[in-house]
Write a protein that binds this ligand. Structure first.
Ligand code: CA
Length: 225
């Protein structure tokens, strides 16, 4: 694929350029915010994916990303940054990044993330469940909401898959226990409520409508906003 690398650390630029070229990708590099804007103006329509550093001289990757999304571009963007704080990650994703890698990262992981991002852009295949702005890839067990990747623990995706296969259907706690845990648990256990809580936390963001609704005294259901 055609990759635009926006990064000011020349060692990383060189590492990405060599590595990605060796993998058969064609690479264009921009090392300042100004160069990045110019490259996006020139190549924005032909680039398949952008690798974006957030801390750039004379600008910020987050601003570049916000401007790109404001113009309506759906160009896949993976943010590469040393900013490991959760708040920074959330800001990057809220700005419109498809995925996020914290430096230092393994090159193989970068390649895998690039493939995953392209797959979700290119082919909503039969392995995907879609409810509103929520997608679950049942082969990779990764969910996406409003373009943001959500990594799920095994019980979380099993629970989400159950909900997504029957939107609006009411699931009792006992039914969920049987389907997702599949062994005898004390019916008085609150494990279902705990996991619904985990899922809600992962799926919800300010500005997005809640998906999983509590039906008091009965159970839960997933409703498309
Ligand atoms: Ca930087």
């Amino acid at each position: 694929m055609r990759v635009l690398v926006i990064e000011d650390d020349l060692r990383i630029v060189s590492f990405l350029d060599k590595g990605l070229t060796a993998e058969g990708h064609s690479v264009t590099c921009a090392t300042t915010a100004t160069e990045a804007e110019a490259a996006l103006d020139t190549y924005g329509d032909v680039v398949d994916l952008v690798l974006l550093d957030l801390g750039l001289p004379a600008g910020d990757g987050e601003d570049i990303l916000r401007r790109l999304r404001r113009r309506g571009s759906t160009l896949p963007v993976i943010v590469l940054t040393a900013r490991a704080e959760v708040a920074d990650r959330v800001r990057g994703l809220d700005a419109g990044a498809n995925d996020y890698l914290t430096k230092p990262f393994a090159f193989d992981e970068l390649l895998a993330r690039m493939r995953a991002v392209r797959r979700t852009v290119e082919a909503p295949g039969s392995n995907e469940l879609i409810v509103g702005d929520l997608r679950l890839d049942t082969s990779t067990k990764v969910a996406w909401r409003a373009g943001r990747r959500i990594d799920l623990a095994p019980r979380e995706w099993a629970l989400l898959e159950l909900f997504m296969r029957a939107p609006t259907r009411l699931f009792t706690r006992v039914h969920i226990l049987n389907k997702v845990w599949q062994y005898d648990l004390d019916p008085g256990t609150n494990v279902v409520d705990v996991y619904v809580g985990y899922l809600r936390k992962k799926l919800n963001r300010p500005g997005l409508d809640p998906l999983i609704h509590t039906v008091r005294g009965a159970g839960y259901r997933l409703i498309e906003p």
